[in-house]
Design a protein around this ligand. Structure first.
Ligand code: HEC
Ligand code: HEC
Length: 187
């Protein structure tokens, strides 16, 4: 939510989001147990409503395990100049999201994919972007401009969900990739 909206509305909305968030995650766990169990540990679907709402409108709400804490810290500290956009938030919302990201960042959780990202980054600086992490670059180096930048349905590697059918659920398996206009990835 942007800074210029009224304080009262914000307090109410934040409370509501918190309550409905809790109620929803209770229900979801029961109904979607089997579905959840298929997600990749450490990069599970983000169930935090506030995060989805504030960080999921311009691009996928990236799972926190895809970046190290240092990177998230930098991102949250420069939202007024966020890759050419102003993504500034109210201080309270920014703090909540920052805590969520830092607590679940790669290096702070002990799971497969975040660990692979961290291992591959060893001895190298931590970039602001997931797409500049060494592991990511290695996994995507076979892709050409026709499939990404010049592909009107993709445009940028930052749009994970254009190709990874399960990205929103934290599923990045290479066998579940369909590149728009090119079809299923098969190598
Ligand atoms: C107003 C739109 C907007 C909002 C809101 C927004 N972002 Fe972004 N974000 C962008 C743009 C634009 C990029 C660059 C995408 C590209 O290069 O194709 C980006 C890129 C990123 C990247 C790097 C992706 C990569 O290339 O690896 C991360 C991480 C990120 N945003 C996190 C966040 C977080 C966390 C929030 C919420 C606090 C947020 N974004 C909210 C517009 C936004
Ligand atoms: C243009 C389509 C495209 C986009 C956009 C894309 N990917 Fe991928 N990704 C692929 C392909 C294709 C592979 C398989 C590469 C291979 O097997 O050589 C892959 C592989 C991966 C892998 C390795 C999976 C495995 O099974 O080891 C991860 C993790 C991943 N992508 C994460 C991401 C994330 C996170 C984003 C967004 C920041 C993203 N990808 C954006 C096409 C894409």
């Amino acid at each position: 939510m942007k800074k210029n909206q009224t304080r009262a509305l914000l307090v109410g909305a934040t409370l509501l989001a918190g309550v409905s968030g809790m109620a929803m995650s209770d229900g979801k766990e029961g109904i979607l147990q089997s579905w959840f169990s298929q997600t990749t540990p450490g990069i599970d679907r983000v169930t935090t409503d506030l995060y989805q709402e504030e960080c999921g409108s311009c691009h996928l709400a990236y799972q926190p395990g895809l970046l190290a804490a240092q990177s998230w810290e930098q991102i949250m500290g420069s939202l007024n100049d966020h890759f050419g956009e102003n993504a500034e938030l109210l201080q309270d919302d920014a703090n909540t999201i920052r805590n969520f990201l830092l607590n679940n960042a790669a290096g702070r959780v002990n799971y497969g994919l975040p660990n692979k990202f961290m291992a591959a980054q060893k001895g190298k600086p931590y970039p602001l972007r997931i797409t500049e992490m060494h592991y990511f670059r290695h996994e995507h180096e076979e892709l050409g401009a026709d499939q990404v930048q010049n592909n009107p349905e993709v445009k940028s590697l930052s749009q994970c969900n254009r190709c990874h059918q399960g990205a929103r659920q934290g599923l990045y398996d290479e066998h579940d990739v369909i590149i728009p206009g090119f079809g299923r990835w098969d190598d």
